[in-house]
Ligand binder design. Sequence first.
Ligand code: PMP
Length: 469
Amino acid sequence: MNAATDPKHLSTAELQALDSAHFLHPFTDHKGLAAKGARVITHADGIYVWDSEGKQILDAMSGLWCVNAGYGRRELADAAHAQMLRLPFYNSFFNTTNEPAVRLAARLAELAPSVGGRTFQHVFFSSSGSESNDTNVRMVRRYWDLLGQPQRKVIISRHNAYHGSTMAGASLGGMGGMHAQGDLPIPNITHIQQPYFHELAEPGESKEAFGLRAARWLEAKILEVGPDKVAAFIAEPVQGAGGVIIPPDSYWPEIQRIVDQYGILLISDEVICAFGRLGHWFAYEKFGIRPDLVTFAKAVTSGYIPLGGVMVGDRVAQVLIEKGGEFNHGYTYSGHPVACAVALANLDLMAREDLPGRVKHDTGPYLAQRFTELKDHPLVGDAETCGFVAGLVLVKDKATGAHFPEDLAVGMVCRAHCFNNGLIMRAVGDRMIIAPPLTMDRAQVDEMMALIRQALDLTLAELQQRGIL
Ligand code: PMP
């Protein structure tokens, strides 16, 4: 019997040794991790996870922005179990389909609100956000080819955006560290600056004025590339992995004006922002924008099983369907029956508990009130929320907003204090971010806020003790 199938109990140390011997983790320095050993997460319930040492940790990141319905939801496991027994898999390539995929596509079309008369009647399924964005690149190019404008190839994205880790996903993303490894971006993808007020606003500039100026970087880029060569603009409504960058209110309407004026496609990457995260089923509704394609993944199943896809708006669907013939693109697991059955159960659960509505009207505003109270903390330069995502920036000098030197990795110091005190909060540079399960009630928000404040106090004490402050 080998280690993977041996039923004997494995100690934390044994698991860690096997982990570093065999498991290459995503976005991880393997040697560094092997030296300290990975934390082994064993089980979860509600808003908490537990590690193999029995430590309970409040998961303020919903796993990786995905467990919107919280952990331990039996009906999602039941849906998977029933579907696995009935039909665990069949493909949808060769003129075949399956009931969960059909029902889910129809359900998503119903949930996706129409804005400005445009609707989303069609869905293309994948298994992840990255794959979905690859699908977007294929669809956008096909669309313009079919319209007799094959020269429209350039997709504009933003620095510090995250759109996945495949060749196309990482190219669309604006992460310098990812581009540096592997000759990225691939051709015909270019980037503009992100709408990050805290870092890029001019002295004295209002948020509104900055939002307009940031949106106009898109127009400048279109003119630089040549309006007849630009195919699409892709963006997250709120940048997630980049550090919860919430654009000023003036940003999205101006972006919409620009994409309309130049006739280019708009892709809203809602892998994080959809399914209640910002208080709506889809985030484009919140910002009043009219995307042509919407990327989704993660919380469509609350992360219980991999599933992703693209909501294809009328403008693109009509051309692909009416003029396109066969679209030579697809994945083995496009419309996987088990994943789709879990998604249906998850969407039912979210609707029954009105998780988007709770975030919009109750717990979201409450989180906003409690989170912005952190602005009184000596380390906090700014603290803001949007629905159930939130970010704060750690600063060296509150009065001037001066940052800590990068090499001190103050965000990581804070993150360690969070972990040690039973809280998962993510650090992106010196921004500390959260995206808690949408099931959280007000008392749990209070519990989380107490842990965050405690971690900030401990970080402050450590920085003072090390003579940094
Ligand atoms: N787009 C966005 C906005 C994301 O946040 C992510 C993942 N964090 C992706 C795409 C990629 O999704 P996946 O990891 O499922 O491929």
